[in-house]
Write a protein that binds this ligand. Sequence first.
Ligand SMILES: [Zn+2]
Length: 125
Amino acid sequence: MSTRAACIICHEGATGSRTLVSNPAMLKELLDCCKERVALGQNDLQIITDRLENLSETDRASAYYHSECRKPIVNKTEIDRLRAKRTDFNSPGCSQRGPGRPSAEVGSRPKRTKTTQKAIACMFA
Ligand SMILES: [Zn+2]
């Protein structure tokens, strides 16, 4: 008779200060973050990753978690830090290629020519 809802991350129920939340979209994001972290070497998240991945759409819709448990996992700053560390280990000589790099010279495009149209056609080919 264990119908009491429990957190999918820590398996504990709701407590006075920690309430259980159900939000499939957030769980999807959580899974993505878990996967990324496991790929970056956080093997302890493999269990949660598997657990989340094995959830059906229905299960996910009725799954609960503490937002306190989810937050540190989806913390982008922390993931970026892991990623940076990983990059250092992998290839010390590799040039930095960050996602936040501003794309310069947006306004100074070359004249529109057939080349541009060809490029667009390629995308759909
Ligand atoms: Zn929890």
